[in-house]
Each structure stands twice: as structure tokens, then as C-alpha cells.
Design a protein around this ligand. Structure first.
Ligand SMILES: [Zn+2]
Length: 365
């Protein structure tokens, strides 16, 4: 790339918020801050990112036989770099990983296109929204190219979601059962995130935040006990969510645990509370679910035992290893919701889930 020809675009941020919302407890690469993007047929690019993400945008003028190129760098990595075929003035769109920890969204324009970089501005319209008008781009034949759900968090904002700050201090592992170090691998799947934030409950608590915090703690506890752990996501947003099950299957893990919080369909029904764990099939799946349910009930006094049940959720149905899905309580329940919102209770839940998993691993080793 001719450096002289490439230049940084002006960036205007609507609001600067603390850069990292989630503190990572494990040395895991963060997922891409890019949650959704859409190049509209009027030549306007819209982006949704994680809140407060720092973006960089660049322009490169045409090279012989090639049109101009505009790219935007986001913190965090994609799981699946890819190229999308363009249309009209857009030759192709690429999502890549130019280096570790960076996601790059590239718009490659047709050789016939000229753009004036001084007219291009990436504008932050809210802490998680961005807009870039490709001024001067001929839009004839341009059809919308997009991935992810742009509308998502604006609708959530109306319910004033509350931020859950993950526990920062190191967790104590005394009292957890021991298994042979290095023998087992477990995949922890914090339910939802990305296009689907899951349930929103009393006081605006969001399932996606709660279960991510619990999952990160479970992972930390298990790692401290010598269990290899993989998380299907480590941040709030990730464009690449669908291959969760594929990741787990490829890793050949000993167990897959999806962590969720429940919601009653009618959010006014505050009297619905309780703990339930699902498995899809098999004795091992049943044992995994039973061990987890048992421990979680112990730290949730008064919350009804909704039992271990068979469920057909995609993540436990399509995984090839014993799999369980725990519902840690109702975000809509008058008993469960305030508990789930408390750091201390989520720590208890994490310890309980880790204990259940370790007990299961001891049983089957
Ligand atoms: Zn859920």
C-alpha cells in the first residue's frame, strides 16, 4: 500500500465512555467490537459496536486497475474472516484480521469510482453507533449489504439496562473438588450476546451481562483447578456467534455448559422464580445437569426447584459431548432478580456451577 496515498479519516465521537466495559479475568483474546454493519443503498454506512469502542478509519486512493478503498479498524478479533461480494459501485467487502486483536472492515470500490477523502467522515452518533456517508459515491445499482442487527441495542436502551460490573478480585478455589490437572476440557457458553441479548428483567438487568459475568468466573475457577476451559464469547457483542456449537465439537471437550438466566413471558409475573437445568440426551448429559442443578439450588434458598429436564435447545442438541443448559434464576422474578443483580450472588452461582461441573468430571473420569 502506498503510504502517501493512504490517509486517516476524521473521526467524530459523540460521547467518550470508559473504553473497556468488561474486564477480562482470563487471558483470552477479546471478541470483535463490531456487532453489526450495513451499507445502505443510499451510500451511507451504519455501524453498531460495543459501547465506547475506539475506531480508526482509513482511505486509500486508487491504484492501477483498482478503485479506492476505505477501511475501519475495530478492537477485538473476528472468529471468521470473510469476503462478501459487492454490487453497484462496491466491488467487495472484506472482514479480516490484519493483526492480532484487530478486526478490519474493508470496502473495496470499483476502479471507475473516485472519492474525495476530505468529504468522508466517520461520525459517532451514540456510544455504540457510527455513520459514514460515502459522499459522492454513485449509488445506482447499489443494494444494501449488511450483517448483524443494527436496531438491537437502541430498543434495549428504552428499558434502561443496568451495567453489571464483573468481579475483579481473584476467586478463592478452596472447597472446590479436585480433578486430575490437565485431563479435562470444558466449553462454557455464556448465553446470548451479540444480536440476541436475551431477557431483560427487573431494574433493567440484562441476561447477557449477568451470564457473561458468571461464565467468566466459572472459567476462572475451573482453570485454577487444572481444567482447560474455552468460552464461546468473552464480551458483550460478537458478530460471529453462530459457530458456538462447531467450536465445542471441534475442541473435543468433555462437557459443554450453556449459562442463562430465565424470564417469564409476561414480565409482570414477578412471582415466577426458580432454577432449572436442561440436558438433551444421554446418561452423561443427565448427570452433568443434575450435578449443576444440585449445587445451584444450594446457593439459591427459597428459589423453587424447577428440576432437571430434557430440552431441545440448539446448543445442547447439536453438541457432540455431554451438554447442559442452566437457567440460574428469573430476571423477571421478585426473588431471583435482585439476587442476580448482586455481585455476591453471582459469585456464589459461579462457585456452585464450577462445583457441579467438577463433581461431574470426578464421576466420569
Ligand atoms: Zn437465555
Amino acid at each position: 500500500m502506498g503510504l502517501a496515498q493512504s490517509r486517516r479519516l476524521a473521526i467524530f465521537t459523540a460521547a467518550i465512555l470508559p473504553a473497556t466495559y468488561f474486564l477480562f479475568l482470563l487471558p483470552i483474546k477479546s471478541a470483535s467490537a463490531l456487532a453489526a454493519w450495513s451499507l445502505e443503498s443510499n451510500g451511507i454506512l451504519q455501524l453498531r459496536t460495543s459501547t465506547g469502542a475506539k475506531l480508526k478509519a482509513f482511505f486509500q486512493g486508487p491504484l492501477p486497475g483498482k478503485g479506492p478503498r476505505v477501511w475501519i479498524d475495530f478492537p477485538g478479533e473476528l472468529i471468521r474472516p470473510r469476503t462478501l461480494l459487492g454490487n453497484g459501485p462496491v466491488k467487495e467487502v472484506r472482514l479480516g484480521k490484519p493483526k492480532d486483536g484487530v478486526t478490519r472492515l474493508v470496502f473495496e470500490f470499483d476502479a471507475s469510482i473516485t472519492l474525495d477523502p476530505s468529504a468522508l467522515k466517520l461520525v459517532g452518533t451514540s456510544p455504540d453507533r457510527w455513520r459514514l456517508n460515502f459522499v459522492g459515491l454513485p449509488t445506482s445499482g447499489l443494494r444494501r449489504i449488511a450483517e448483524g442487527d443494527l436496531t438491537l441495542s437502541s430498543s434495549l436502551r428504552r428499558t434502561s439496562p443496568r451495567s453489571i460490573q464483573p468481579v475483579k478480585r481473584k476467586l478463592k478455589i478452596s472447597g472446590l473438588p479436585s480433578v486430575p490437572r490437565g485431563r479435562f476440557r470444558v466449553v462454557i457458553d455464556p448465553g446470548h450476546g451479540g444480536p440476541d441479548s436475551g431477557a431483560v428483567g427487573l431494574g433493567g438487568i440484562r441476561e447477557t451481562d449477568l451470564v457473561l459475568d458468571i461464565s467468566l468466573q466459572v472459567a476462572q475457577l475451573l482453570e485454577a483447578k487444572g481444567v482447560k476451559v474455552n468460552l464461546t464469547r468473552t464480551s458483550e457483542v460478537d458478530l460471529d456467534l453462530p459457530p458456538r456449537v462447531a467450536i465445542a465439537n471441534r475442541l473435543g471437550a468433555n462437557a459443554f455448559i450453556s449459562i442463562h438466566a430465565n424470564a417469564s413471558r409476561t414480565t409482570t409475573k414477578r412471582d415466577v422464580n426458580g432454577i432449572e437445568t436442561f440436558y438433551f440426551t444421554g446418561y452423561r448429559g443427565l448427570r452433568l445437569a443434575t450435578n449443576i442443578q444440585e449445587q445451584v439450588l444450594k446457593v439459591s434458598p427459597g428459589s423453587p426447584d424447577r428440576k432437571v429436564r430434557q430440552g431441545r435447545f440448539f446448543v445442547i442438541r447439536r453438541t457432540t459431548m455431554p451438554a447442559a443448559l442452566i437457567e440460574t434464576g428469573f430476571v423477571t422474578g421478585s426473588l431471583d432478580a435482585p439476587r442476580l443483580a448482586s455481585n455476591a450472588h453471582r459469585r456464589q452461582l459461579a462457585i456452585a456451577i464450577a462445583k457441579g461441573i467438577l463433581n461431574y468430571l470426578k464421576e466420569v473420569r
